[in-house]
Design a protein. Structure first.
Ligand code: DSN
Length: 429
């Protein structure tokens, strides 16, 4: 990539940007939440669309000069609804979310009062910080009940139901950040109804799989669905929130909306702006619209299928080499490797892999108590699949990981193998 102006203007940052692009090119990226956007998405992100304030929503802005941004935002909304096959009568979508964490916070602030109860999956079971962990705003502002997984590593839906009925949360969150198995949104939706709670599905990790029909959709069973746009969806960093237009829950009862009454979607919009955010990042909104178009193409489904095939092969190969996987395998784009099975912890394994040019992040496994020094490493295949790698390369990667973490082969030799693979599947930046 050429940065004609940057290099002249600021050599220090220019050099760092170039070095980072080289790092991305020369690294096998197994971080399950990362991906590579298309060059067209990059163009839009770096465009003058970043210059404008557009607080408000299409047709109702707090700044002049927004006719073009109104069109862009409406296109992003229409494409987002079409991508997930939603009717605009039943669902609205807010495409302004800066990222997943503020988007989840907006959902909570929209629907419940401070001090009321939310219920999500615990961090050490695979849940996200914003699903109620005590260090996040979600755990500081709200009371929290958390569910976990059983001894086999799978979500324990019976326990989930018991906790929901005992604690009577106002929101139950389905979705995870490190869970390798299909989530039964239907079951969680039914439990939420029984408990009188809203059902928020956070599909940030699996949105691409849902679009491709490779993971069951949460939409029939949820009141709100949030996703980030940069993981399996392969768009710019950001989030979107889908919300039902017609249903609202007060005093644990679902009530029909009368004319002019607020819908869940209305409340979500107000919570995003002015509740949590200021002006939307218009360059990102336009890039989201573009990414939704890309994700609607038949080639995107082929890509998602390959992500899963690759994850299954990588998981099986690692198992053959003695690594233990939480739940014993994967249904989706990621796996959680318990590094105690090869005498390491997550931090040690993460560092050793980074030294040879493989990035995969340390992650808690069920039962872990220390998030900074957990026992596992999460590995995912969205990024390597974008580079064009297939089953054969997954076997090679498993061999390199084994050489690094178990056989303790020379880092210099393994790094050369990593580079060879990266050169064979280049990034087009
Ligand atoms: N940090 C993201 C992930 O890695 O899953 C979620 O926010």
């Amino acid at each position: 990539m050429k940065f004609r102006y940057l290099e002249k203007e600021d050599k220090k940052i220019g050099d760092l940007v170039k070095r980072e692009i080289e790092r991305q090119k020369e690294t096998i990226n197994l971080i399950a939440s990362e991906n590579y956007v298309s060059s067209a998405v990059l163009e839009v992100l770096g465009s003058p669309l970043t210059n404008k304030y557009s607080e408000g929503y299409p047709g109702a802005r707090y700044y002049p000069g927004n006719k073009i941004y109104d069109e862009i935002e409406k296109i992003a909304q229409e494409r987002a609804l079409k991508l997930f096959k939603l009717s605009a009568e039943e669902w609205g979508v807010n495409v302004q979310g800066y990222s997943g964490s503020p988007a989840n916070l907006a959902v909570y602030l929209a629907l419940i009062n401070l001090g009321e109860i939310i219920m999500g999956m615990a961090l050490n079971a695979g849940g996200h910080l914003t699903h109620g962990h005590k260090v996040s705003a979600s755990g500081k502002f709200f009371k929290v009940a958390q569910y976990g997984v059983g001894e086999d590593g799978f979500i324990d839906y019976k326990e989930l139901e018991k906790k929901a009925l005992e604690n009577k949360p106002k929101i139950i969150i389905s979705g995870a950040t490190a869970y390798a198995r299909e989530i039964d949104f239907e079951k969680i939706g039914k439990i939420a109804k029984k408990a009188g709670a809203y059902h928020l599905a956070d599909i940030s990790h699996i949105a691409g799989l849902v679009v491709a029909g490779l993971h069951k959709s949460p939409f029939p069973y949820a009141d709100i669905v949030m996703t980030t746009t940069h993981k399996t969806l392969r768009g710019p960093r950001g989030a979107v929130i889908f919300a039902r237009r017609k249903k609202i829950i007060e005093n644990n009862e679902i009530q029909k909306i009368k004319k002019k009454e607020e819908t869940i979607f209305d409340r979500i919009n107000k919570a995003v702006f002015p509740g949590v955010q200021g002006g939307p990042h218009n360059n990102v909104t336009a890039a989201k619209a573009l990414a939704f178009l890309e994700a609607g193409k038949p080639s995107f489904r082929v890509y998602q299928k390959q992500i899963i095939k690759n994850a299954k092969v990588l998981a099986e190969e690692l198992k053959k080499k003695g690594f233990s996987l939480v739940t014993g395998g994967t249904d989706n784009h990621l796996m959680l490797v318990d590094m105690r099975s090869v005498g390491l912890d997550g931090m040690g394994a993460e560092r050793m892999l980074e030294e040879i040019g493989i990035t995969a992040n340390r992650n808690a496994v069920p039962g872990d108590e220390k998030p900074f020094r957990p026992s596992g490493v999460r590995m995912g295949t969205p990024a390597v699949t974008t580079r064009g790698m297939k089953e054969k390369e997954m076997k090679e990667i498993a061999e390199i990981i084994y050489g690094c973490l178990v056989k303790k082969e020379s880092a210099v030799g393994l790094k050369k193998e990593v580079l060879k693979l990266c050169k064979k599947f280049p990034l087009m930046y």
